[in-house]
Design a protein around this ligand. Structure first.
Ligand SMILES: NC(=O)c1ccc[n+]([C@@H]2O[C@H](COP(=O)([O-])OP(=O)(O)OC[C@H]3O[C@@H](n4cnc5c(N)ncnc54)[C@H](O)[C@@H]3O)[C@@H](O)[C@H]2O)c1
Length: 354
């Protein structure tokens, strides 16, 4: 199996490359990346040591793809922040997340390869999430059950109404999903689309707008200031979390039983049982590091933020015996162990001057 992983030096791309190479030593894996994300360059040595090829290329440009054909493209490249286009270049966002998807699809069409696409829960409209009734518990906000189709206390399912805005980032991913659907219909492309909630684990270069579990752990480890931003500064906003190893196990199943999975578009999420609020994550970090960090409160909510995101993966569970295994606390502990080992490498990443 010859696999091209676009965004292959990033958190998910490099982790999947290493997991797949470990499980299937005969797989020939090439990781393509333009190293746009700060910290992705730190993955290159371990990819090399595992016998994974690195190819410096930018998916915005068709002539920067490798010439040789691959049997599978695992599309993990993106400008992945929900604030993209607000705090960074709009042009980069669209060229990478939308034109880049088109360029991958064109390669898949000419190479006759399969495609696995990492989509996001951010395809769901913000208003649908924000207008759903919720209650405030001691440590978190919680969705109530109500009659809204596709929404319940268990989370958002694929049947929620897709009308409304979803952030520029969410739009690029939703439009990419639509493009993939067209390629499936027009050219018989075999494609799997995973709508991921938050994915977390070691080697995630967590920053304020993406990778919040690693970001929270780093700040506790290095004793750097943190803030509860938005929703009155309560720290009660909630996300579900899926460990990178659990995601890799599922993607391995999708690769090895591709025909059964081809055509799938749906939620891949940690779910209610594996969800956490910032306040609860602070408690996890306090237990891990045995110290308490003063955390400021910034009441104002940032653009595109959502009070709660929990993905309902019922449809996924109907098609596979795969289930998330690692708890948020276990994932945070693994991130903490890794960050402690790689302290000198990671600390400069937290310095905004770099
Ligand atoms: N991490 C999460 O919680 C999460 C959740 C849902 C969906 N996703 C999706 O998963 C994918 C991977 O996310 P991640 O967390 O690994 O992000 P990441 O930023 O760690 O990795 C993305 C990689 O893509 C590379 N890249 C960016 N622009 C590129 C370009 N034009 N050409 C080539 N490479 C480029 C970056 O350098 C980086 O190495 C993304 O598509 C993201 O939207 C991630």
């Amino acid at each position: 199996m010859k696999i091209l992983i676009t965004g292959g030096a990033g958190f998910i791309g490099s982790s999947l490359a290493l997991f797949l190479k470990g499980r299937h030593p005969t797989f020939e894996i090439t990781c393509m990346d333009n190293l746009h994300r700060r910290g992705s360059e730190l993955n290159l040595d371990r990819l090399h040591e595992a016998g994974i090829h690195f190819y410096g290329g930018d998916i915005r440009f068709p002539d920067q793809f490798p010439d040789e054909a691959f049997e599978l493209i695992l599309e993990c490249s993106a400008e992945p922040s929900v604030l993209a286009g607000h705090n960074s270049s709009l042009d980069y966002l669209f060229q990478t997340n939308l034109v880049g998807t088109y360029n991958c699809l064109e390669r898949a069409r000419t190479w006759k390869s399969k495609l696995i696409f990492l989509s996001t829960s951010r395809v769901y409209p913000i208003a649908a999430l924000e207008s759903h009734p919720w209650v405030e518990d001691v440590t978190r906000f919680r969705w109530k059950d109500s009659g809204t189709p596709g929404m319940s206390s268990l989370g958002v399912s694929e049947s929620v109404s897709m009308d409304g805005v979803r952030s520029l980032y969410g739009f690029t991913k939703f439009a990419s999903e639509g493009l993939i659907e067209e390629y499936r219909a027009a050219f018989g492309l075999g494609a799997v689309v995973n709508r991921c909630g938050v994915i977390a684990g070691p080697w995630q270069m967590g920053k304020i707008d993406q990778g919040f579990v690693a970001f929270w752990v780093f700040h506790h480890l290095f004793g750097k200031p943190l803030r509860y931003i938005g929703y009155g500064g309560t720290g009660k906003q909630v996300r579900d979390v899926l460990d990178i190893n659990d995601l890799a196990t599922l993607i391995d199943e999708q690769i090895t039983h591709f025909e059964a999975w081809s055509g799938w578009t749906g939620n891949v999420s940690g779910g209610l049982n594996n969800s956490v609020s910032l306040l609860e994550l602070t408690e996890i970090c306090r237990n891990l590091f045995g110290k308490e960090l003063p955390i400021e409160r910034a009441a104002e909510t940032r653009p595109n933020d959502v009070r709660i995101y929990i993905g309902d993966s019922t449809r996924l569970f109907q098609r596979t015996g795969w289930r998330p295994k690692k708890t948020v606390a276990e994932t945070a502990a693994e991130i903490a162990r890794w960050a402690e080992e790689c302290r000198t490498m990671l600390e400069p990443l937290l310095d905004p001057a770099n």
